[in-house]
Design a protein around this ligand. Structure first.
Ligand code: TRP
Length: 359
């Protein structure tokens, strides 16, 4: 295990993902880069949210198990150090279901129907619109931000200390959920007793990667992002057809990289010197957009190639997946049992006199 500063046990990092397939470049930029940057400062947990994946795929559970494995392998291939991270399978923590039930008491249905991410997801899944009342939004789907609040708060450093800290790297679409978790923590602490820290969302420093097809849809879709493991022919087509600075309509005009989706990708995948020269040659109208896109295709290609190579190395270690998931889940379960004892006590739900007497 990695040596960490002495207070690392009260500083935690929690990342999470729904296992729905291979990781995509947007998730890499939003979450994994933050995780890699801070992994040596804190105790780190990565929640593979297989139960939450069922909120949108409950009738298709078959692919989720393979995606749990893919998520783990993609994350370590991208640079999450398995010596720093505990990988946790959500369904194997029954404490989460219990905590969700308690925390539901502290959230109003209005807060859920007003949650912008839930509204947008319901719309894009074709499940209707809250304003008309004609929605077909499942109860579990509507409530998943509370379940996610439990995911987050379960990892609060416990016992509570003012210096305790829980950072959650997320994309912008997840901010309403982290805000809910903060509010629920504050409500719980003021009604019962201080148990939970207020988690802090950590958003990307490199900026969000724009959708490749120009759409505004939340989350990945086959056309708006590039997935790890994609063939060159697939990602090259998406990158070559992406928009660039909309105001630059001729090669002679200087481009504005700050308004250019292609440059946003360069910021993530180029070295600093290449980035500086791209900026310079774009703003001086020397670099044509299609040339710039082709160099991005190469950059993404070499990035994806290195991911596949590292992934294959992990895959070739016998039992790597099983060992990582079982050790991480075991550690999480131990901490979950500890904090849940505190939660039940705070809520007056302990009955020691009913425990079987051993004599
Ligand atoms: N909702 C997140 C997503 O769709 C996944 C997730 C589940 C998560 N539980 C979490 C993220 C806890 C951060 C913390 O990507």
């Amino acid at each position: 295990m990695v040596e960490r500063p002495p207070d690392a046990h009260s500083r935690r990092l929690l990342a999470g993902a729904r296992p729905t397939g291979r990781v995509d470049l947007g998730y890499y930029a939003d979450v994994l880069l933050q995780g890699i940057k801070h992994q040596e400062e804190c105790e780190c947990f990565f929640l593979i949210a297989d139960v939450q994946a069922l909120t949108t795929h409950h009738e298709r559970p078959a692919g989720i198990r393979a995606a749990v494995r893919d998520t783990l392998l993609d994350c370590v291939a991208a640079g999450l150090d398995p010596g720093c991270w505990h990988f946790v399978v959500q369904s194997q923590l029954p404490e989460l279901a219990e905590l969700t039930v308690y925390l539901q008491l502290l959230v109003t249905t209005g807060e859920l129907t007003q949650n912008p991410t839930i509204r947008e997801e319901a719309r894009s899944l074709g499940r209707g619109d809250f304003d008309t009342g004609l929605n077909r939004v499942g109860f579990g789907f509507l409530g998943y931000p509370v379940f996610q609040t439990a995911d987050v708060l379960l990892f609060s450093p416990f016992p509570f200390r003012d210096t305790g800290n829980l950072q959650v790297p997320v994309g912008a679409d997840q901010l309403p959920h982290i805000e809910l978790a903060r509010e629920v923590a504050a409500r719980f602490n003021s009604i019962y007793s201080p148990i939970f820290v207020e988690p802090q969302a950590q958003t990307s420093e490199v900026g969000r990667l724009p959708r490749l097809d120009g759409s505004a849809r939340i989350g990945g879709s086959r056309t708006n992002t590039v997935y790890f493991g994609e063939l060159r022919s697939e990602y090259a087509r998406k990158i070559e057809t992406m928009h660039t600075d909309p105001k630059r309509t001729a090669l002679e005009q200087p481009g504005n990289p700050h308004e250019c989706p292609c440059y946003a990708y360069h910021r993530v995948f180029s070295s600093e010197s290449v980035l500086a020269s791209t900026f310079q040659s774009c703003t001086s109208a020397e670099l044509a957009c299609d040339v710039c896109k082709r160099s991005l295709v190469d950059l993404v290609g070499s990035f994806l190639g290195s991911i596949e190579q590292r992934r294959a190395e992990y895959e070739s270690q016998p039992h790597f997946v099983q060992d990582a998931l079982s050790a991480g889940t075991r550690r999480a379960r131990m901490l979950a049992q500890r904090i849940m004892a505190g939660v039940r006590e705070a809520m007056n739900l302990t009955y020691p006199e009913l425990a079987e007497r051993e004599e």
